[in-house]
Design a binder for this molecule. Sequence first.
Ligand code: PLP
Ligand code: ZN
Length: 444
Amino acid sequence: MTLAAPAPLFLDDHDPAASRQRCAACLAQLDERDPSPECPRCGGLLEAVHRRPRGADGAPLPPEALRASFAQHCCARPLGHPSGVWRFGALVMPAAGDAITSHPEGNTPLLARGALARYTGCDGLLIKHEGHNPTGSFKDRGMTAAVTQAVRVGATAVACASTGNTSASLAAYAAQAGLPGLVFVPAGKIALGKLAQTLAYGARTLLVRGDFDACLRLVQDASRQLGIYLANSINPWRVEGQKTIVLELLQQLGWDPPEFIVLPAGNLGNTAAFGKALREAHALGLITRMPRLVSVQAAGAAPFARGFADGFATRYRVQAETVATAIRIGDPASWDRAVRAIRDTDGIVTACTDAEILEAKRAIDAAGVGCEPASAASVAGVRQLVAAGTIRPGDRVVAVLTGHVLKDPGILIEMHQDGAAGANAPVEIDPTVAAVAAVLSAAA
Ligand SMILES: *Cc1c(COP(=O)(O)O)cnc(C)c1O
Ligand SMILES: [Zn+2]
């Protein structure tokens, strides 16, 4: 695999543009409004590059001033913005101004739960719950940016391939922007909550007879030939929006970074976004120490973990199978930029079995927090790395939960039906106090 020599993180100070798009492979530059889904020259992935945030005098802002400007844009402050994405707009899409499609999104909580500290063996564990976003997953942070950009470039429709959450998010934001949405999902492999949302918000939903990887190829061909704006995770603006998960959690920690940031990894868009956020935050002096990124895959869909094990000498592709449908991806699109994220942060990639993921989900659910199966991979990964001695019990660790517990009701019904191990099956009774008492004494 070839990686381009590190290109500057920010635009040249003399460049009049607010942002440009740059090919990560050949470094070709495109106008920030170019709607190409990939580099027209070499087919490489595009990334957004911005000018350094500047003050009224035109000079780059020092870290304290930048932190203060983010704080000023918080909620009730004078320049308040209710979105946890657009508060960081100077690092997401500086030229967007007020012409944004925002629900709003972000501002998700950072939770400490004793039960999960005990479960993982990590006392300093914090949970960043992205399931608290408007459509119930972190995809909203990327989608607000991608749909904002679709409107800016005059798109007539937006499309994505998805394991479900991206389609739910695209459907909601396209509806808000008044654009037709078109989603490609693998037939029979999308969790019920996600499919239901996508239909409710009115996106045209295509159930493709094939897996996610087939959906991705199809949407790329279709958008190229039919001129539809592609809002997949290879879209550079999705990455920009998703960076704010990291920026927001750093802000919540007073810009004192944790030792580890742990996240589930499928198509690797989020791993790439986290790496870019950390590189930029470090270069701007917002943080002075790099947290280590930990990407956790499902064992049945772990090409990236396999790549990590051999020093990323090979780009692996696998036939993916896991109960964690959101990360059921065998040929991750953002491979190269995720490699860079892991390298730049002295990161780790690991894999957990479906049994470990579901056990972690049970612990998260039982703590009153709740998440969808894929999300639990992060907590399962923390537990695994504490057991291995890589994470020490006193380390400060932020584990990201990517999606809401109601996303996948099907698996909950399976886990809690009568007779399943550890099930909390509902009990049907006659409407009498004696029946209630009988249930309570049986439980005691
Ligand atoms: C999309 C998604 C992921 C995987 O993120 P990638 O960027 O594809 O690696 C994990 N969990 C949930 C709930 C998701 O929706
Ligand atoms: Zn290129």
